[in-house]
Design a binder for this molecule. Structure first.
Ligand SMILES: C[S@@+](CC[C@H](N)C(=O)[O-])C[C@H]1O[C@@H](n2cnc3c(N)ncnc32)[C@H](O)[C@@H]1O
Length: 235
């Protein structure tokens, strides 16, 4: 092998490794390297997460907080679980809706993300409980919650199907599930973890959900609302 060919081969090899590392760590955010890597990456970026995401509070209220508060209207003791809550985006928009009088359990596997959430949600006192735990198995009894949400997170969980099953298990019959499947071209960064909407909705139906309704939301995430069917204890 000539020296030129050898140098070219090394350059191509290094470029391929760099591209692979970029996909694993930046595009796929560590999901194919295991839960610990995902959580480590979120721990590291927790302090800058909100600045990077630049959430629009009005948009969050229109698409998340207000519709969920409307679903739970009249239930003054409504219990909501937000799985993979991050810096508390869902609890914040829900608790700021005057018609919502219930409480929220905000669960995440990243301590640093929860620390950010704690600071932002302090004003809501005992209406918020932060739980440092993995999304599956969930440390709650069957049918415990009136609503379960998981926003912009399913594809980051080690086993999204198992996590969904767990969310449905802790949701009471008649309760509301709100999840956000990854859509658009971005979905291709997550082979095996971000199925198309029709596959997704078929899985929800198989888990005993009905009134499954998809709403267009962002370029890379849609919202799916659904109701758990069945009678308490039957799941
Ligand atoms: C993109 S953020 C979404 C956060 C929040 N739901 C939002 O909409 O801003 C993904 C979150 O999933 C959490 N996460 C990743 N793997 C997890 C796991 N196995 N169990 C629980 N949370 C996890 C991360 O720590 C991170 O906070």
């Amino acid at each position: 092998m000539s020296q030129v060919v050898m140098v070219a081969a090394i350059i191509v090899g290094v470029a391929a490794l760099a591209a692979l590392a970029y996909w694993h760590l930046v595009l796929a955010e560590g999901v194919y390297l295991g839960r610990r890597v995902v959580v480590w990456l979120y721990d590291r970026s927790a302090a800058s997460y909100d600045r990077i995401k630049d959430f629009d509070p009005d948009d969050d209220a229109d698409y998340l907080g207000r519709p969920l508060a409307e679903q739970l209207a009249g239930q003054s003791d409504a219990r909501v679980l937000d799985v993979a809550t991050g810096t508390g985006r869902l609890p914040l928009t829900l608790l700021s809706q005057p018609e919502f009088q219930g409480s929220v359990v905000a669960l995440d596997a990243s301590r640093e993300m929860l620390a950010q959430a704690e600071a932002k949600l302090a004003a809501y006192g005992e209406r918020v409980t932060l739980v440092h735990h993995s999304a599956s198995p969930l440390p709650f009894a069957d049918a415990h919650f009136d609503a379960v949400t998981c926003i912009e997170a399913l594809e980051f969980l080690p086993n999204p199907d198992l996590a969904l099953r767990e969310m449905v298990r802790v949701l009471r019959p008649g309760g509301t599930l709100l999840v956000s499947p990854r859509v658009g071209i971005d979905r291709l960064y997550f082979p095996g973890r971000a199925p198309g909407l029709s596959t997704y909705n078929a899985r929800l139906a198989a888990l005993g959900l009905r009134n499954i309704e998809t709403r267009t939301w962002q370029t890379y995430y849609s919202l799916v609302w659904a109701t758990r069917d069945g009678v308490e204890g039957a799941y």
